[in-house]
Design a protein. Structure first.
Ligand code: DC
Length: 224
């Protein structure tokens, strides 16, 4: 039987992760945070002083090291050479450097391969990212494109970072969100764009619960 796949794509800090976790929970499915994969490669490249703008060096790095991605409830646990790096993946320094890795076509091919393998293994998957409905899973049964205004997303990121003990002012965060939007939209491979058959949902004025309920309704309508 082919896996049941629900994709949630959208820009940075649109609430995809939390929403996808909740939807996965409600549907008894596995949550897949694909941003964590790009973050893991970025972290290792930074820790090994690999030239981030050298795609071949990044590919050699991925091939020479052992990455292990395991969905575990609300997150993707990431081991690099058996060391758990999950807690380090959301550091602002990693976020600031991620575009090099996300823009490298050869790395994207390797990451998409991992994502498909995980979907096959877990069979019922709610996966979130930028290219899940367009590149990784073009045949997904349900595709959501989740957006929110940049100002609202910067505010949400600030709250999220504060909870993790990191203080950042709103203006800096807004600039970072806008820079990431630009880089996400402009890359030639796997850019941030809605799949033709994606349902668009703007969460600017919706609560988390409202977004989750809206998605569950869409799922019910599509697949019963
Ligand atoms: O969702 P996130 O903030 O953890 O994603 C981090 C970065 O990873 C994001 O700026 C773009 C990249 N990414 C991607 O290119 N493709 C994905 N499927 C997921 C994330």
């Amino acid at each position: 039987m082919s896996p049941l796949i629900i994709t949630i794509d959208g820009p940075a800090a649109s609430g995809k992760s939390t929403v996808a976790q909740r939807v996965a929970q409600a549907l008894n499915s596995t949550f897949l945070d694909t941003g964590a994969m790009y973050r893991a490669v970025t972290l290792l490249a930074m820790n090994t002083q690999t030239d981030l703008s050298d795609e071949q060096a990044l590919i050699r790095l991925v091939e020479a090291n052992q990455f292990n991605f395991t969905p575990a409830g609300q997150r993707l646990v990431v081991l690099i050479n058996r060391q758990d790096v999950t807690e380090q993946l959301r550091n602002p320094e990693v976020t600031a450097n991620i575009r090099y890795v996300a823009e490298a076509p050869g790395i994207r091919i390797l990451m998409v391969r991992q994502q498909r393998a995980l979907a096959l293994k877990y069979q019922r998957v709610v996966t979130e990212g930028r290219d899940q409905g367009t590149v990784a899973f073009p045949d997904a049964q349900v595709k959501i494109f989740l957006t929110a205004d940049p100002e609202e997303r910067a505010k949400r990121r600030q709250i999220e970072l504060k909870a993790a003990g990191i203080q950042q002012d709103l203006d800096t965060l807004l600039k970072a969100v806008e820079a990431r939007d630009l880089s996400d939209r402009q890359r030639t491979v796997g850019p941030l764009q809605p799949a033709d058959d994606a349902v668009h949902l703007d969460s600017t004025n919706l609560t988390l619960d409202e977004v989750v309920q809206a998605i569950l309704k869409i799922v019910e309508k599509k697949i019963g």
